[in-house]
Design a protein around this ligand. Structure first.
Ligand SMILES: NC(=O)c1ccc[n+]([C@@H]2O[C@H](COP(=O)([O-])OP(=O)(O)OC[C@H]3O[C@@H](n4cnc5c(N)ncnc54)[C@H](OP(=O)(O)O)[C@@H]3O)[C@@H](O)[C@H]2O)c1
Length: 352
């Protein structure tokens, strides 16, 4: 097995990299040019990565171009900040997202999660409580950001941090795939907004999803799932977030929506679902791809408070042993559809 590890702490101090306990791990990446850092440091802090979550996107990207995969979601402790940094200080516990679509000049390879130190863009980094475990906190960045994008970016519900907390009492939303990472965060934000949530999952997760605030959970494999949702909702609904976005879930979403309802997808629209959606005049919205990426600094600023208050709880997590050596196993679990109600996580610091 070969893999790439980037020593980002070289950005701040190349000597500390070479004398670190991890310096025996092979690196294929050149040391970061310190002159370049001068232009970047305003936006970044250095973080010691304590846990790195696997997201389905990681294996999807890696199968196309292994050089591009580097993990998108992780928490850790801030180890260096630049002069003038006001949001974070050394020692803060944070969780943050990585994407190379913005943050000028810095690509995934320099920021990815599957390494021991990384750069965090302070605009998409949130503090986590002292009591939170890093493994679970690693589940948030990509999935939680997508959830925020679905509700506040695409459906344009008033943001909770701008007065939208509990503002939608009496309104219903269906979230397909509540036990997925994206689904469980969408569920929690919807509850924070006051929406009544009907969701789908395997029966093993019913109680957990109700504990997060779902009004009703329906067996995702039930042949009459659509009829059950319609009966529970009192008829076709106005909003569906399809946190899975397979052909079958997209079609289910279209079936339960009222004419001119709104369907949010996390993957591209399936051609069959498109035809069905257009026949009902449904507005198709997407949180996928570069254009669908939700970038909202205010959202990330508000998160620390939601985590502290426990209104947004981190997903359950399953840690794979072996540190960075576990990443093929993590990808395989996702490829084979074996992930159920948990976030698969590795701990880069455990790499031997
Ligand atoms: N656009 C974006 O920005 C973005 C961001 C993140 C993820 N995504 C995409 O969103 C999807 C979900 O990602 P994730 O990280 O949330 O995945 P995940 O947590 O790994 O998904 C696993 C869950 O999917 C559920 N599931 C599978 N098939 C289902 C179905 N037909 N109906 C209902 N639930 C079903 C399973 O439910 P049970 O165990 O209950 O059966 C399981 O809990 C992936 O395709 C991913 O690529 C997009």
């Amino acid at each position: 097995m070969s893999y790439k590890i980037v020593f980002l702490f070289s950005l701040f101090d190349a000597k500390s990299c070479l004398s670190s306990p991890f310096s025996s791990i092979p690196t294929t990446t050149k040391l970061f040019d310190p002159n370049r850092f001068l232009n970047l440091q305003k936006v970044f802090v250095q973080v010691r990565v304590e846990a790195a979550a696997f997201n389905p996107l990681d294996y999807k990207i890696s199968s196309k171009n292994t050089r591009q995969f580097s993990g998108m979601t992780r928490p850790g402790e801030v180890t260096k900040v630049s002069a003038g940094e006001t949001k974070f200080k050394v020692g803060d516990r944070v969780t943050f997202i990585c994407t190379s679509n913005f943050s000028e000049g810095v690509g995934n390879g320099e920021r990815g999660a599957f390494q021991q130190y990384a750069l965090a863009d302070v605009r998409i980094t949130a503090k986590i409580p002292a009591t939170a475990d890093y493994d679970s906190a690693s589940s948030f960045p990509v999935a939680g950001n997508t959830a925020g994008g679905a509700l506040y970016g695409q459906l344009k519900f008033t943001d909770p941090w701008f007065g939208g907390e509990s503002a939608y009492k009496g309104e219903k939303i269906v979230i397909l795939g509540g036990s997925s990472s994206v689904g469980s965060y969408t569920l929690q934000f919807a509850v924070l907004s006051g929406l009544e949530v009907i969701t789908t999952s395997s029966p093993a997760h019913f109680d957990y999803l109700k504990s997060l605030g779902a009004t009703l959970v329906i067996d995702r494999s039930a042949p009459d799932a659509a009829a059950q949702i319609l009966a529970a909702a009192g008829g076709p609904v106005k909003y569906v977030v399809d946190a899975i976005s397979l052909t079958s879930t997209q079609l289910l979403g279209v079936e339960i929506l009222q004419p001119k309802g709104k369907l949010v997808l996390v993957l591209p629209l399936d051609p069959t679902a498109r035809t069905a959606a257009e026949a009902k005049g449904i507005t198709k919205l997407g949180t996928y791809g570069a254009t669908g990426f939700y970038f909202n600094e205010r959202f990330w600023d508000a998160l620390g408070d939601y985590f502290e208050r426990g209104v947004i709880k981190f997903n359950k997590s399953t840690v794979l042993p072996g540190g960075l050596h576990s990443w093929e196993e993590g990808f395989d679990l996702h490829r084979q559809g074996k992930v159920s109600g948990t976030k698969i996580v590795m701990r880069p610091q455990e790499t031997q």
